[in-house]
Design a protein around this ligand. Structure first.
Ligand SMILES: [Zn+2]
Ligand SMILES: [Zn+2]
Length: 204
């Protein structure tokens, strides 16, 4: 009987611990400018398959709020975000940027936990496997040289705004714009900045 009570109490305490957060925290109102593109996504995943990679699936989005950034790859969310301005340039430019960003995901997938350079040999190999063997490392023309080089880049997975930093960001740092917009100004882990490689930019 005592043992039974103990089990019951234990069960209750576990239940308390796994209690789901209040509804507003669990599901913040989503008012995102990200637009998912199932066709491009399908194309991206076919490219991955053709490159011999069946275990990685990427999600592809457009974000009209991007200014000079051509594309982003967010490894943690297996996510690629593209700038719709690419469509005004050419469909070839869309394809190339998609493959460039996909190569970042593929290179990270292939290297497991090992840290790799953003545009190092692993990325080069991935580019070749995805059909862009001569992809230049970067075409970041509008970036002016700064006194202190910013080496740490981050993106918000919700609004895709990017951040360049001299020092790395704390793990818990979140996008203030999205916390304000969707969560009453309170911190929510959904809007935590994700590390990205230096974003490619569109020449103005
Ligand atoms: Zn945001
Ligand atoms: Zn890149």
């Amino acid at each position: 009987m005592k043992y039974r009570q103990l089990l019951l109490d234990f069960g209750r305490s576990v239940m308390r611990r796994v209690k789901t957060p209040p509804e507003d925290l669990a599901r913040p109102r989503r008012n995102t400018r990200l637009r998912q593109d199932p066709l491009l996504e399908d194309f991206a995943n076919q490219l991955l398959k053709a490159a011999g990679c069946r275990r990685l699936a990427a999600r592809v989005f457009w974000n009209p709020a991007l200014r000079t950034t051509a594309g982003l790859a967010i490894w943690r969310d297996r996510m690629i975000i593209l700038n719709p301005k690419l469509l005004e340039i050419s469909s070839a430019e869309v394809q190339r940027t998609l493959r460039h960003e996909l190569a970042h995901l593929l290179a990270k997938h292939r290297s497991g936990r090992r840290r790799i350079d953003a545009h190092g040999p692993e990325w080069r190999d991935a580019c070749a496997a995805l059909g862009i063997p001569d992809e230049p490392r970067c075409h970041d023309l509008p970036f002016k040289r700064r006194r202190v080089a910013r080496r740490f880049f981050y993106a918000c997975p919700e609004c895709s705004s990017t951040l360049a930093r001299v020092q790395p960001l704390k793990k818990s740092a979140a996008c203030i714009k999205c916390c304000r917009k969707h969560n009453g100004g309170k911190y929510h882990p959904r809007y935590r900045f994700r590390p990205i490689d230096r974003p490619e930019t569109i020449a103005a």
